[in-house]
Ligand binder design. Structure first.
Ligand SMILES: Nc1ncnc2c1ncn2[C@@H]1O[C@H](COP(=O)(O)OP(=O)(O)OP(=O)(O)O)[C@@H](O)[C@H]1O
Ligand SMILES: [Mg+2]
Length: 292
């Protein structure tokens, strides 16, 4: 176990064999007098699933925003595949980092398929003129984009909802659609902000399977969640933020049994048995629920 605040990298016993995809070192984000993220470091390796937990307001989403170019950190450094990226979401996506949002951001009046196709456009080469003229190159690319989008909808379990408007999809399906759109950008790393919020237990289990399949396809994943069974069952490593600082980083077993983590969650509405249970988390996850 390691307390990783301010320390680059991770403890040797936690380091998996893949090379680092993301290296965030000493990230600070201040809003006026409020320090929302304070010297947080996180390294994510190829093929790894890393969990980011912490009570409401701990700074999890703000940290994601710093990683994905939505915010320029006040201090610290974020390297992706060894390179410091400009703090611009478009450049970050193009480099291979994709995300979903805590508050779902889909194009409600577009179909599920069209939403995924939008994600794909950062990888197509047709310029504005080709698109306006709709020549053979544009049509070929458009067809390939459509096929790939359909493939991704099948992958996330939405193959039958292709033509439905995003706003008419059930909440859980909208979250899966956001994941499909993120995958359409061909990322190396996906960051998921509360992917099971609002899902029922069956959907939550399906989301867990989906994230394992994403990892098995060769991607690294960072996931924010309040559902502790989900997190401890899913992740190779878990980092807990409290009031903007890293309280602990460790294996699910280490984090789950740390009294400081339990203390941080007292009074937040999170079921404490989710944090303290012996044995593999996820067993009997039927009664789990997001406390978001
Ligand atoms: N744009 C902003 N301007 C000012 N303060 C902000 C801004 N964004 C976040 N904050 C503040 O930063 C702190 C961390 O917020 P953040 O949304 O990152 O927490 P969180 O861990 O994601 O919480 P939750 O679990 O509720 O989603 C909070 O006090 C929040 O009010
Ligand atoms: Mg948040």
């Amino acid at each position: 176990m390691s307390t990783a605040a301010g320390a680059p990298g991770i403890a040797p016993h936690l380091a998996p064999p893949g090379s680092p995809v993301l290296q965030a070192d000493g990230v600070v984000m201040r809003f006026g007098g409020l320090t929302a993220v304070n010297r947080v470091s996180m390294t994510v390796h190829e093929g790894e699933i890393v969990g980011l937990i912490g009570p409401n307001g701990a700074g999890k989403t703000t940290f994601f925003n710093c990683l994905t170019g939505l915010y320029k950190p006040t201090d610290g450094e974020v390297r992706f595949a060894g390179t410091v990226l400009p703090p611009k979401p478009r450049a970050v996506v193009k480099a291979g980092m994709a995300r979903t949002f805590q508050n779902i951001r889909l194009f409600g009046n577009m179909t599920a398929l069209e939403n995924v196709m939008v994600g794909r456009y950062c990888r197509t080469s047709s310029g504005a003129l080709t698109s306006i003229l709709r020549g053979p190159k544009f049509r070929r690319e458009e067809e390939a984009t459509r096929d790939k989008a359909q493939e991704l909808l099948d992958f996330v379990g939405l193959g039958r909802s292709t033509e439905l408007l995003a706003r008419n999809l059930p909440y859980g399906d909208q979250r899966r659609l956001e994941i499909a759109r993120a995958l359409a950008t061909e990322p190396q790393l996906v960051l998921l902000d509360e992917p099971t919020a609002g899902m029922n237990p069956l959907e939550t289990r399906q989301a867990s399977d989906l994230i394992f399949r994403i990892r098995d396809s060769g991607l690294a994943v960072v996931v924010i969640e309040h559902d502790m069974r989900f997190i401890f069952n899913l992740c190779d490593r878990v980092l807990c933020l409290v009031r903007g600082e890293t309280l602990i980083e460790g294996t699910p077993g280490e984090v789950q049994s740390d009294p400081r983590v339990i203390e941080a969650y007292i009074g937040t509405g999170t079921e404490l048995d989710e944090l303290t249970e012996e044995g593999p988390a996820g067993a009997g996850a039927d009664d789990s629920a997001s406390s978001s």
